[in-house]
Ligand binder design. Structure first.
Ligand code: SF4
Length: 241
């Protein structure tokens, strides 16, 4: 599936420009991760050490899937200060790029549909201890509260990212995972429009897998299909199977 490849290229291009300026921290996944709380946790204001993407700072979250072999390693990339280096309110983005087996190759649509749903489920169901995630699925914002306990125990993006990788790799279709954390305001703002584009593709894909009719002339998804390479082929090809 190459539907998100354009957004992946755009994202990495924006990030490459920053790499030239200040570098990026790269952490290969070694299996160990930050402790999993296993369910959502409420961190009260008085226990907060740090907030990311809150207090009027921009924040964004999106997930991209590809079968083009763009992601060759399980890794966490950090652009901007890490958790222990942040002072005060800061912008925040978390972007996940997944290399999966080709969902289109599954003859059974139900399997492809379940895989997409599982990926969406993981997106909102990772609960690092002392790291409260507040999401707005409608606006693609993601705000983080870090507890004083987690902060003093040395929480960092490498360990939190490793927990995301671990959870994504529990989905059988996932081969490689790249988790990107960004705390540079300029980068977060540049990448924000990509979240809406990714959402539109995911929604269209979900509709297609859900069995919507193949009548392009009367289809509200036509602008997406005209723009995103491979979307039309996916739907019309699927009908022929
Ligand atoms: S291929 Fe045609 S019918 Fe299918 S989603 Fe795209 S525009 Fe709609």
């Amino acid at each position: 599936m190459k539907l998100y490849d354009g957004i992946i290229s755009d994202t990495m291009e924006v990030l490459e420009s920053y790499r030239d300026l200040d570098g990026v921290k790269k952490y290969p996944y070694a299996g160990s991760s930050w402790k999993d709380n296993e369910s959502s946790e409420f961190i009260m204001q008085r226990d907060v050490a740090l907030e990311l993407g809150a207090g009027g700072e921009p924040s964004v979250n999106y997930t991209l899937v590809s079968t083009s072999g763009i992601v060759t390693e399980d890794e966490v990339l950090v652009y901007g200060p890490d958790i222990n280096e942040i002072k005060g309110n800061t912008a925040f983005a978390r972007i996940v790029i997944l290399d999966t087996k080709d969902l289109k190759e599954d003859q059974d649509t139900e399997i492809a549909f379940a895989a997409i749903r599982n990926l969406e489920f993981v997106r909102y169901h990772v609960f690092p201890k002392g790291y409260m995630v507040r999401v707005s699925a409608r606006s693609n914002q993601e705000q983080i509260r870090i507890s004083q306990g987690a902060f003093s125990n040395g929480i960092n993006f490498a360990k939190v990212g490793a927990l995301y990788i671990k959870k994504y790799k529990e989905v059988p279709e996932v081969k490689k995972v790249r988790v990107i954390f960004i705390t540079e305001k300029e980068l977060v703002e540049k990448l924000m429009p990509n979240a809406d584009k990714a959402d539109t593709i995911t929604k269209t894909l979900t509709h297609i897998l859900d069995g919507m009719p193949t009548d392009c002339g009367h289809c509200s998804m036509k602008p997406v299909c005209d723009e995103v390479e491979g979307m039309k082929e996916l739907h019309l090809g699927k009908k022929k199977q």
